[in-house]
Design a protein around this ligand. Sequence first.
Ligand SMILES: NC(=O)c1ccc[n+]([C@@H]2O[C@H](COP(=O)([O-])OP(=O)(O)OC[C@H]3O[C@@H](n4cnc5c(N)ncnc54)[C@H](O)[C@@H]3O)[C@@H](O)[C@H]2O)c1
Length: 339
Amino acid sequence: MARTKIAVIGCGFFAPNHLHAWSELPDAELVAVCDLDEKKATDAAAQFSVPSVFADAAEMIVVAKPDFVDIVTTMASHLMLVELCAANGIPAIVQKPFGPTFDDCVAMVRVCKDAGVMLMVHENFRFQHPMRQVKAALDTGTIGDPVWGRISFRTGYDVKAGQHYLFDEERFIVLDLGIHVLDLARFFFGEVETVYSRHARIDPRVKGEDMATMVLGHVTGATSIVDCTYESRQIPDFFPQTLVTIEGTKGALDLEPDFRLSISADGARRVVDVSTPLRAWTSQPWHVAQDSVYHTQAHALAALAGGYEPETSGADNLKTYALVDAAYLSAKSGECIRI
Ligand SMILES: NC(=O)c1ccc[n+]([C@@H]2O[C@H](COP(=O)([O-])OP(=O)(O)OC[C@H]3O[C@@H](n4cnc5c(N)ncnc54)[C@H](O)[C@@H]3O)[C@@H](O)[C@H]2O)c1
């Protein structure tokens, strides 16, 4: 079977992970890269042996004729680029955050639906190896039905050094990082009916909030606490690990630091190592995130080939995005928001 011809738009900070993953996936063939900054695109093409380079996405689509477009730009350009793909009948995957507003996200879902093309959001946290292991453990039923939990991403890692645009985001930590952790809450506990959130700004140099604590009421009756910050002073610092606690009707599980998954059930506790194996191009401590990019893109290709909706389709991601908006509304009003 012919390989899927992939074009990547956006060759900035995070793109090398996408390019490495596409290069490793046997069913994918990188045919073009594009960046408004042509030097970035040229450098990426040289590093990953990509045959054609563009500074204009519309031109790239006409000339390179990709089967699938990977959009790795920041959110302001997502709607315009997704519309361009849809207009040319080309499916796309777009990095998180899906868009700057819920309306933009809805517009992207609609335009792809009307064009009959797949749209996936690159929501990679649920594709992290440890998170798949947590979900698999939950699905065995060993701990029963989840009733309470906490999903926590706390670090003092200087994320803004690599991603300067984060200084200027009016909506920072919940939209940039919380969106991943909220998606995990949906993945483990199911859909959400209420959100209460408190936010703080710790680093005075950022425009938005950089610490958030959210309490989610799930449709099942379960409650989860979702918290995230880049301003934690804990030692040791576990960046970029997400820690998870889930209490169920028959037991409990904990994804502890350094990828130890402890499962308590039937009066006993066992601990499993769920650390992520290294790939040729991944390195500690980022490997858990880098590896998830590979699995996200593998899932996109499988969904495309199989003609089914990906787990984190545009339509699915609207539900995560609604929780982001609810968190901001709650933090502003001091009220618990019903979804
Ligand atoms: N999933 C994750 O774990 C993760 C981690 C980091 C960043 N991200 C996301 O990835 C996205 C990109 O982040 P980044 O840090 O790489 O940003 P970046 O600013 O470093 O790179 C984006 C690139 O896109 C290019 N670009 C913008 N508009 C374009 C257009 N219309 N046509 C062609 N090129 C265009 C820019 O010139 C820039 O080089 C963001 O949405 C960010 O939130 C995700």
